[in-house]
Design a protein around this ligand. Structure first.
Ligand SMILES: [Zn+2]
Length: 115
């Protein structure tokens, strides 16, 4: 299967792209790394866009749950996944969401007992 890197436009067989990991550990989405520039690439983005969007929504829900229970470590891990997903989706709204949640996490870490 041919894959294309969004960042540098490199095209190659899937095997050339090193396997980086799955989103949310057990999720269906697999990240691979572009052999030329190291950009994370998700295979077949057009076909998988809907699935990626669904996964992004699911991760956002988990971010909210992690933040409301004060688990900033978990929230940060989830936001990292989310920002990788957004390299595929390129949604400005999602980018803004990630930024605002990161600010919220920093605030929580500075002042964990005072909501
Ligand atoms: Zn590349």
């Amino acid at each position: 299967m041919l894959m294309t890197c969004d960042r540098c436009g490199y095209r190659g067989e899937g095997e050339e792209f090193r396997h980086v990991g799955n989103v949310m550990c057990c999720g269906p989405l697999v990240f691979r790394e572009c052999p030329r520039c190291g950009n994370p690439v998700i295979c077949d983005r057009q076909e998988m866009r809907e699935e990626i969007e669904n996964t992004a929504r699911e991760i956002s829900r988990r971010v909210e749950a992690a933040i409301s229970s004060g688990d900033t470590t978990q929230a940060k891990t989830l936001l990292k996944d989310l920002s990788l997903l957004n390299q595929c989706l390129n949604l400005e709204a999602l980018q803004e969401y990630i930024r605002s949640r990161r600010r919220e996490i920093r605030r929580l870490e500075k002042n964990p007992t005072n909501p």
